[in-house]
Design a protein around this ligand. Structure first.
Ligand code: TYD
Length: 382
């Protein structure tokens, strides 16, 4: 596979390819990639920006309400703050001090300059933790890392570095895709270089067993096809852990056999979408993609399709437009051209925002356009 977010314009050098092999622990059912790509290659100039969609805004509000109920939030540090969108929302909801940490220079510039939110430009490590303490001397109420933990190779070091900036009452919130949902919904297209880990609570309990933190509360959210927020507290925190931790542990289903079925079903789905696109093309239909997500890179490369099959993929992110889908000759076009271009079928590769995509393109479907949804099963929306 190429790196799924290596969106490049004509003539720009592409990083190499890498193997995708998912290894599963037979005891705690944690999934991990067998190969690790240097994070400096993937994240120094990063085109992924947190989607400013309505779905995401609703998620931020739910997350704020959950976390603010756990502890009144004044001071927030976000690890992997991207372009500062979440911190801007949290500031509007009432946080008085906010600080971001992110390694992508292009995104930290947007965060600081456009939004006026201070940010440290670095991967999260011990130096960044110490700089955080210097920058934000008041006790931190919330340390938040959304969809960051699954990108990290050395979990123990990360937990140790988080502990450095944690006071007795700090809430640490790790929002991660939940392996249970990944397996159940066959979200195989989220398996790629950036996602080193496919997290189970069993693995998390094991990790924390000899640390200064413990699992305090677990909350499920519908964002990105099923995520969980793991709320960690210091072991000397006064409040007892919530019953949610044991409830999640008891209902977790992703055994080795489940993972193996997931692999088989992924292959079936790749074959099914490829056959459908080829059939539509043989009937002279025009097929495009909607959402140049990392998932679109994974699908298109797994199917081995080209521009003669998928004309282009539409996306609203300026950093991706005028680039090609990594590893292919398929261009990314401005989302605004979707309606006028009037293709016959569009594969929704932003399937985690499906209802929003459907709502905003009603005119296109009323005119006869049809969406194809690839996950959990390939289907044409009627
Ligand atoms: P996303 O699912 O957030 O990420 P990943 O790369 O982790 O798979 O990507 C969704 C992409 O779809 C993102 O590039 C933004 C784009 N998008 C649109 O262009 N229009 C939309 O209406 C929505 C909801 C997403």
């Amino acid at each position: 596979m190429p790196l799924p977010n290596a969106f490049r314009r004509d003539g720009e050098p592409m990083p190499g390819h890498y193997p995708v092999e998912l290894l599963v622990c037979p005891r705690c059912h944690l999934g991990q990639l067998s190969a690790i790509v240097d994070p400096n290659v993937m994240y120094t100039n990063y085109p992924y920006v947190t989607s400013p969609s309505d779905t995401m805004k609703e998620h931020f509000k739910r997350l704020w309400d959950t976390l603010n109920a756990e502890r009144k939030i004044n001071a927030v540090v976000e690890i992997g703050s991207n372009d500062g969108l979440l911190l801007e929302h949290f500031r509007n909801f009432g946080a008085q001090q906010v600080l971001g940490i992110d390694p992508a220079e292009n995104l930290v510039d947007v965060c600081c300059i456009k939004r006026g939110i201070p940010a440290i430009c670095s991967l999260f490590n011990r130096e960044a933790a110490e700089e955080t303490l210097d920058t934000m001397p008041a006790p931190i109420d919330l340390i938040l890392a959304r969809h960051v933990f699954c990108h990290i190779d050395n979990w123990r070091q990360f937990i140790d570095d988080v502990t450095v900036i944690c006071s007795k009452n700090t809430v640490v919130c790790l929002e991660v895709p939940y392996a249970h949902d990944t397996v159940e919904n066959c979200e195989w297209d989220t398996v790629y270089a950036e996602h080193l880990n496919y997290l189970t609570l069993q693995a998390m309990e094991h990790l924390l067993s000899d640390s200064a933190l413990h699992l305090h509360h677990v909350v499920r959210f519908p964002i990105h096809g099923g995520a969980i927020a793991l709320l960690l507290r210091r072991n000397d925190a006064v409040e007892p852990p919530s019953a949610s931790v044991d409830e999640f542990l008891a209902s977790e289903r992703c055994s080795l056999e489940d993972w193996q079925r997931f692999g088989q079903k992924a292959n079936e789905q790749i074959g099914a979408l490829k056959a459908l696109v080829k059939k539509l093309r043989s009937e002279g239909k025009r097929v495009v993609g909607y959402g140049a997500s990392a998932k679109s890179t994974v699908w298109i490369n797994a199917m081995g399709l080209r521009r003669s099959d998928i004309e282009c993929v539409y996306d609203g992110t300026p950093q991706k437009q005028y680039c090609t889908i990594p590893g292919t000759d398929i261009p990314v076009r401005h989302e605004g051209a979707f309606y006028a271009d009037a293709a016959d079928y569009a594969v929704v590769w932003a399937w985690n925002f499906l209802s929003e995509v459907i709502t905003k393109n009603k005119k296109w479907t009323e005119g006869g356009g049809k969406f194809i949804v690839p996950v959990p099963e390939v289907r044409i929306l009627e």
